[in-house]
Write a protein that binds this ligand. Structure first.
Ligand code: ACM
Length: 524
């Protein structure tokens, strides 16, 4: 284990202004009744509409088969892969079966689906494979929790009868993984992809570079990874993705209908690059590698042309490997540049990203550089009364889209409370009720439903070193952010949510996913 200070030094002051909201403010009763009704009433994120058929149930059996339209064959294979290990059934896929996947109903949009369960068949209908995939995530939650086991279980495998019609509130529901502070390998990223897919998250933002490490191979700048990727927070060996590794992550994510959003954080958070190439420094001197957790001390040299050639070549290689529409330019905590330098940097940097055919996403600081639309501004503040929130609202008024990830609500690396071993607390403590208790379209004045692109749950890894660490921070809070992104605002209800969330625990146990037993939830 590494050793970490309790406070995150540069950001500690923020905690004075933006502490977490007390759970009591949301009216949490000390003893919520357990979730009632069938599993149809327990789905997370809660669907747009659910109609139960009492007394009706389908039972998955040894002769069950998955029948799918040819264009849905990938989803059919995915569903079979979910159901085979625990049931031990063959579950052949083809044109006919009692589990039916049809691409004949576009009525619920790009990501929506309808699910109907009768005694004889389970039918999923959507207009796209993405919609069917979302329906599959609902369907697996209708089966007993043991369905998540990797080994054969006795069953039986009933599915409650009824009908669900469902579609997302927001089209962009993201998770973020910081692979720079500690490196996470391809298999660890795939594991996290599978976990976030359960809750209908459809974007994974990878924070690929920071002061402590550069994590993606750039052929035209090889020392970025050879040198800049060779360590991490605490002095461990670090690591990096080869371009093939990155392509494999992109491919795997796509097989789960998740789009990768790569971030190269500039002009600050660049010590690993500055240490790899002396010529990127204003004084021409490469600093040593850095393994601490301070922020705000590094910057690309704003006045040197080579900084922009560097950015163009790096972004060019990453854009070519990234089929998704977005590139994230970072832009946060650039405390080693003046406002004037920062704006000058962004004036040259933003057109470079656009020239590679991508829409730019940046942390909210870059709003002050008035990015040209289409642009996405990612809000990560803690206090909607701060001036930075007004700048985000001004960007929304100019037509930029806002991605909501308030640090004291959605940062999954914040400690739950003072007893949490891992994580930091510069944005305050984030208990489950804090993660759930806000509305993405009412959080910032001047940033309404039409300006909100969606939500993101970032996980920074200064203190997190492996998948087990990620899981106890992500669960149970990630599903809270996922529900805010997916479910209609009218369904928002803490008592319902906490009961449904606690009822997920046996699924996580069966799947081998770690989680934190928050005292706010009525665990079974
Ligand atoms: C951030 O947390 N610095 C975006």
């Amino acid at each position: 284990m590494n050793h970490f200070p309790i406070e995150f030094p540069r950001r500690a002051a923020m905690a004075l202004f933006g502490g977490a909201v007390a759970a009591g403010a949301l009216g949490a009763a000390p003893s919520a009744r357990a979730a009632q009704g069938s599993r149809m009433q327990q789905v997370i994120p809660v669907p747009e509409s659910v109609r139960e058929a009492p007394g009706v149930r389908f039972e998955l059996g040894p002769d069950s088969a998955i029948g799918a339209d040819p264009a849905a064959a990938g989803v059919a294979e995915y569903l079979a892969g979910v159901l085979r290990p625990a049931t031990g059934y063959a579950l052949p896929t083809g044109e006919r079966g009692d589990l039916v996947l049809r691409l004949d109903d576009a009525g619920l949009g790009q990501a929506g689906y309808r699910l109907e369960v009768t005694a004889e068949t389970v039918t999923l209908r959507a207009g796209t494979p993405e919609g069917l995939f979302n329906g599959v995530q609902t369907l697996r939650q209708l089966l007993p929790p043991q369905i998540e086991s990797a080994d054969p279980q006795p069953g039986p495998w009933p599915i409650p009868g009824g009908a669900i019609a469902d579609r997302p509130r927001f089209g962009h529901r993201a998770a973020m993984l910081d692979v720079a502070r500690h490196f996470f390998g391809v298999e660890q990223v795939k594991r996290y992809i599978d976990q976030i897919a359960r809750y209908k998250i459809n974007f994974l933002h990878l924070h690929l570079s920071d002061d402590q490490g550069w994590r993606i191979e750039i052929e035209s700048w090889p020392r970025l990874t050879e040198h800049g990727g060779s360590t991490e927070v605490g002095g461990g060996p670090g690591g990096f993705y080869t371009q093939q590794d990155y392509a494999e992550i992109v491919r795997y994510a796509a097989s789960r209908h998740i789009t990768i959003v790569p971030e190269i954080d500039v002009p600050g958070h660049t010590n690993a690059a500055l240490s790899s190439y002396a010529e990127l420094n204003c004084d021409g001197v490469a600093p040593p590698l850095y393994t601490g957790i301070e922020v705000g001390f590094s910057s690309l040299c704003v006045d040197k042309d080579i900084s922009y050639r560097f950015l163009d070549e790096v972004i060019g290689e990453i854009a070519a490997l990234t089929p998704g529409p977005y590139l994230h330019i970072g832009g946060d905590e650039a405390d080693a540049t003046t406002d004037e330098q920062y704006r000058a940097f962004m004036r040259r940097a933003l057109p470079i990203l656009r020239a590679h055919g991508k829409t730019v996403v940046g942390w909210h600081e870059y709003a002050k550089a008035t990015p040209q639309n289409p642009a996405v501004v990612q809000y990560w503040g803690t206090d909607p009364a701060d001036p930075e929130a007004a700048e985000v609202a001004a960007a929304a008024a100019r037509g930029s889209k806002i991605l909501m990830s308030p640090a004291n609500r959605s940062y999954l690396d914040m400690k739950y409370d003072e007893s949490t071993e891992l994580g930091l607390n510069w944005a305050g403590y984030v208990e489950v009720a804090d993660a759930y208790g806000w509305d993405p379209a009412a959080h910032l004045q001047g940033v309404g439903e039409e300006s909100v692109l969606g939500v993101e749950a970032p996980i920074w890894t200064e203190t997190l070193e492996n998948s087990a660490h990620l899981e106890v921070m992500a669960f149970p809070r990630l599903p809270a952010i996922a529900e805010l992104g997916w479910s209609p605002a009218a369904t928002h209800d803490w008592e319902s949510f906490r009961a449904r969330l606690a009822a997920q625990a046996p699924r996580w146990e069966a799947a081998g996913i770690g989680f934190t037993r928050s005292p706010q939830l009525p665990w079974p």
